[in-house]
Design a protein around this ligand. Structure first.
Ligand code: HEC
Ligand code: HEC
Ligand code: HEC
Ligand code: HEC
Ligand code: HEC
Length: 400
């Protein structure tokens, strides 16, 4: 009898683990806020086909900024395209990268599963392929129920306007996801930017799946995020040619694709000391002084590497050390984050590197690189990059 129970339990456990290893893994759930595309059926005739070019006829400066921003490439981005293909062309990817109803080749009539990764689709006669290529176009953030959302409350616009309580609310649709599902045990959701700013909930017993705060945010929490303060810098200019000069926000949204922006996040210092025994010690101090969230943030592919090297007279490497600043996950049978070496805002990180004199070093080189993704993962998803996937943001050479 006992043996039979043991055999049955073993079989059950084996079955469970097999299921955990072969089922598709989803690190986040598709919440209602993104599950349904943005309805554009009430768009005023003034907006024509809803292209950013139409808005750009009047809002010229903003249009030319948006064209340089990654949001306008959210669909055409070759890294996204490769990743989506690798991920079996999941339809739900489109819900953040091209969320207007007219940008989607299919209409979603419902979902087959609880976490909403499996939509029920039928062809969309209103599909506009050119608009799809505009990715996160103006209407994605601004058009709701036939009105243009804005924070200024202007009465001079030729289109209907609705006042938004806080501009950061706009970012929440896509930069905040929930990971609260069985089998997912992570401190922050995959693109945890918002939770990283607010921090894990204090005082409350938190669910294992979700220690970061990503439930419904209060008005004051949303205001405290300050996303637009750093990612949409202020400028004084009119919204339209000849219009009133106002303090408005540039539509730039720089991040990991922009070395200048990444440098802005960090304060870097190096102290070189000569040791008594005749050697050198280098102390590198990194502070995330420019971002309110962890650095790097966003997709867990992003990481920094720090490389210390001691070089000989002939340029040969005498000794070296490499540090990686990133999030680490176990993906199966459960999704668990097992370490996070990224930089928290305001908290200094120190690395020491010693070069013994007996090796007769000529030079020490300290370099820091930012990586959009790993070379290994680039190969795995078949992304044939034209732009480099990593770049140096800091280098210091000290002659010894
Ligand atoms: C025919 C010209 C024209 C077109 C086309 C146009 N706008 Fe405007 N828009 C204006 C004017 C004029 C204002 C008011 C300027 C002011 O008050 O200084 C305005 C104001 C705005 C505001 C500020 C609202 C607020 O109160 O904060 C937003 C946001 C905006 N437009 C977005 C858009 C978007 C998005 C599109 C395209 C879908 C668009 N506009 C198309 C002329 C235009
Ligand atoms: C409709 C969804 C959506 C909304 C709304 C949205 N974003 Fe994004 N954002 C994205 C996507 C998708 C990308 C990545 C595009 C790509 O590289 O394919 C992105 C990229 C970015 C990046 C740049 C990352 C990089 O790699 O360089 C920044 C910064 C950013 N968003 C900030 C914001 C801010 C601030 C707001 C609010 C004002 C906002 N976003 C609103 C979806 C959105
Ligand atoms: C990712 C979301 C997003 C996209 C895409 C976007 N905007 Fe905005 N836009 C915002 C936010 C947020 C504000 C409010 C900024 C603030 O606090 O004043 C804003 C403000 C504006 C304003 C008023 C100026 C101001 O600073 O308040 C105009 C006009 C405008 N946008 C036009 C456009 C046009 C035209 C496009 C497309 C070329 C566009 N926007 C694309 C998020 C977006
Ligand atoms: C105090 C300034 C500051 C605030 C506030 C801030 N950011 Fe950032 N953010 C930065 C800097 C600097 C970087 C560049 C470093 C990096 O890419 O990791 C950055 C990078 C990013 C990236 C790029 C990640 C990637 O994958 O390339 C995204 C996305 C982003 N921020 C979104 C947001 C959102 C959403 C908010 C609000 C919830 C926000 N940020 C608030 C300064 C800020
Ligand atoms: C909840 C909204 C959302 C969904 C759904 C979503 N993304 Fe994104 N995606 C983002 C945001 C926001 C960013 C940019 C900020 C960051 O790095 O986290 C981004 C960035 C990316 C990037 C990095 C692009 C670059 O150039 O660096 C890739 C690749 C990507 N997404 C692939 C996918 C794939 C594949 C899917 C479907 C399985 C998907 N995304 C679904 C919101 C989303």
């Amino acid at each position: 009898m006992k043996r039979r129970i043991l055999v049955v339990s073993m079989l059950l456990l084996l079955g469970f683990l097999t299921w955990r290893f072969i089922r598709p893994m989803n690190i986040f759930i598709v919440e209602d806020k993104i599950a349904w595309p943005v309805d554009t059926s009430d768009a005023p005739a003034l907006f024509g086909n809803l292209s950013a070019k139409v808005c750009g006829n009047c809002h010229k400066k903003i249009y030319s900024e948006w064209r340089t921003a990654i949001h306008s490439q959210a669909w055409t981005d070759p890294y996204f395209q490769a990743d989506m293909k690798f991920d079996s062309n999941q339809f739900i990817c489109r819900l953040c990268h091209t969320p207007l109803d007219r940008q989607l080749p299919s209409i979603i009539t419902g979902y087959r599963d609880k976490n909403k990764w499996n939509p029920i689709l039928k062809p969309n006669p209103g599909f506009d392929a050119a608009l799809q290529h505009e990715g996160i176009t103006c209407a994605v953030c601004h058009l709701r129920k036939g009105k243009i959302l804005g924070v200024l409350g202007t009465t001079n616009a030729p289109h209907p306007v609705k006042k938004l309580d806080n501009p950061n609310r706009v970012c929440m649709r896509c930069h905040l996801v929930k990971s609260e599902s069985f089998g997912v045990y992570v401190r922050f959701p995959p693109c945890g930017t918002v939770a990283e700013i607010l921090g894990p909930q204090k005082g409350k017993k938190t669910k294992p799946g979700q220690r970061g705060k990503t439930g419904e945010l209060t008005v004051s929490e949303i205001a405290s995020l300050r996303c637009v303060n750093c990612h949409m810098p202020l400028v004084e200019r009119p919204l339209v040619e000849g219009g009133k000069v106002r303090r408005v926000r540039r539509h730039l949204w720089r991040g990991g694709h922009d070395p200048e922006m990444v440098r802005k996040a960090l304060t870097i210092s190096v102290v070189a000391e000569k040791q008594g025994q005749g050697g050198y010690t280098f102390t590198l101090i990194l502070v995330n002084s420019g971002a309110a969230h962890y650095v790097p943030t966003g997709t867990p592919d992003r990481h920094f590497t720090v490389l210390f090297r001691a070089l000989g007279r002939d340029g040969s490497v005498l000794s070296q050390r490499r540090e990686i600043l990133r999030r680490n996950f176990i993906w199966r049978p459960f999704i668990i984050d097992i370490g996070d070496t990224r930089l928290r805002p305001g908290i200094p990180r120190m690395y020491r590197f010693t070069v013994p004199k007996r090796k007769n070093p000529a030079k020490a080189v300290i370099s820091i690189r930012y990586h959009l993704l790993d070379e290994k993962r680039r190969k795995r998803i078949g992304y044939k990059n034209k732009e480099p996937i990593s770049y140096e943001i800091y280098r210091k050479e000290v002659s010894l």
